[in-house]
Unconditional design. Structure first.
Length: 350
C-alpha cells in the first residue's frame, strides 16, 4: 500500500498545476521518462552526481541568514494570505511583498512593471519579474533566469477547523530563495551576465505563469544562457552526499559545472526524478521548450521527507529555516560561476 501511495506522490510533485495530466500517465510514467530529450545510456542507479566534496565538508560563506528566510516564509505562508491561490487577494499580497523586497534591494523590473500579467483560466495572473544588469559590457547581453512559483492552491481537506493550504514548502521556500539570491547579487554586483529573477503565478493551474513568461521573452531580443528553477527546498534530504537534486540531471552538464564553481557536490542525481520525468513537470520546462537551453529544477523534496504536500499541514512551523539558508548560500557560488564564465560552459546534451 505504501509503495502504491508513494508512486502516486512521485507523479504529482513538482508539477502541482498539472496534476490531472500527470495522473493520466501514472501507469506509464517510468516508461516514457526519457521522452523528448537525450538521456544517458548509463543505468539510473549507477549515475554519479559528480566528483566533488560533500557540501558538509566545505565551509561556505554565510551570505544569507536563516532569520531572513524565516521572515519570508512566515509571511508568504501565513493564514492571512489564505493559501495564495491565483486570482485572490492573498496572492496579490504575496506579489506586493516580493515587489517591495526587490525595490528595497535595488532589483529593477525587467518589463516596464514588475507585474507580468496573463490570463490564468479566466482570472488575472501576475508573474513578478525583476532584473539585475550584468557588470560586463558584452556578457551583460546574456541572461541567467532564476525562478520559482509563489502561488499555491488556497484550501485543502480540513484538519479540524483548518482548511488553509499555506504552501510553506510548496513553494514559499523556493520563493524565499529567489528573493535572497536577488538581494545578494544586487548588493555584491558579482554577476557579469544579467540575471532575471522570476516568481511565477498559476503553477498550480498547469504551469501557466512560466509558460507565459517564456513565450513572452521569446518575442523579445533576449539571449538566455541558462535557467534554473527552485522548488520545495523547505526540509533537507537524508543520507545524501549532495544538497539539492537536479531534474533532467543527465541531460546537461549543469550539475558538474555548478559543483565545480561551488567547490562541492551541491547538485546531485535522484533516480526518482528521472523515473517520473520531473524535468517536464515544473516551471523550468517552458524555458527549455522555447529556447532549447539548459533549464532545470532543483529541489530537496525526496518523496520521503515531507508528508504535507497539498495539505493544510504545509505550514511555516514545519520548515527548516537553517536548511533553506544553507541551500541559498551553497547556490550563490554556483550562480556566480554561471554568470561569470567567459564562454557557455553549461551545455545541453543534444
Amino acid at each position: 500500500m505504501k509503495r502504491i501511495f508513494l508512486s502516486l506522490v512521485y507523479c504529482t510533485v513538482l508539477a502541482c498545476g498539472s496534476t490531472a495530466d500527470v495522473r493520466q500517465v501514472d501507469a506509464g510514467a517510468a516508461a516514457e521518462a526519457s521522452e523528448g530529450y537525450t538521456v544517458s545510456n548509463e543505468p539510473a542507479e549507477t549515475i554519479k552526481s559528480t566528483v566533488a566534496p560533500d557540501p558538509a565538508s566545505v565551509a561556505f560563506q554565510k551570505h544569507v541568514d536563516a532569520s531572513a528566510i524565516k521572515r519570508h516564509i512566515e509571511f508568504l505562508a501565513s493564514d492571512a494570505l489564505a493559501g495564495r491561490k491565483t486570482g485572490t487577494d492573498g496572492i496579490e499580497e504575496a506579489a506586493t511583498y516580493i515587489i517591495k523586497e526587490f525595490q528595497q534591494a535595488g532589483v529593477k523590473p525587467y518589463f516596464t512593471s514588475y507585474r507580468d500579467k496573463f490570463d490564468a483560466k479566466g482570472v488575472d495572473g501576475y508573474n513578478v519579474v525583476g532584473m539585475l544588469e550584468g557588470t560586463d559590457a558584452d556578457l551583460k547581453k546574456e541572461f541567467i533566469v532564476i525562478g520559482a512559483h509563489y502561488d499555491h492552491i488556497g484550501t485543502a481537506n480540513a484538519d479540524g477547523e483548518d482548511t488553509i493550504a499555506n504552501g510553506a514548502n510548496d513553494n514559499a521556500s523556493g520563493t524565499s530563495a529567489v528573493i535572497e539570491l536577488a538581494k545578494y547579487f544586487a548588493k555584491a554586483k558579482t554577476n557579469k551576465r544579467s540575471i532575471i529573477f522570476a516568481l511565477f503565478s498559476a503553477e498550480e493551474l498547469g504551469l501557466l505563469g512560466s509558460a507565459h513568461l517564456a513565450e513572452r521573452l521569446k518575442t523579445t531580443s533576449i539571449n538566455p544562457y541558462v535557467m534554473f528553477n527552485i522548488e520545495m527546498i523547505g526540509v533537507p534530504m537524508t543520507d545524501k552526499d549532495y544538497t539539492v537534486y537536479l531534474t533532467g540531471y543527465e541531460n546537461s552538464n549543469m550539475a558538474q559545472k555548478f559543483n565545480g564553481y561551488a567547490g562541492a557536490k551541491v547538485m546531485g542525481f535522484l533516480p526518482q526524478a528521472k523515473q517520473f520525468n520531473l524535468f517536464k513537470r515544473s516551471d523550468n520546462y517552458a524555458f527549455y521548450a522555447q529556447f532549447k537551453i539548459p533549464a532545470q529544477t532543483v529541489s530537496t523534496f525526496d518523496f520521503t521527507n515531507f508528508d504535507h504536500y497539498h495539505k493544510v499541514g504545509d505550514e511555516a512551523a514545519a520548515m527548516n529555516f537553517d536548511h533553506v539558508a544553507k541551500v541559498v548560500n551553497q547556490l550563490i557560488p554556483g550562480v556566480e560561476g554561471m554568470t561569470n564564465s567567459a564562454t557557455h560552459e553549461i551545455l545541453w546534451n543534444e
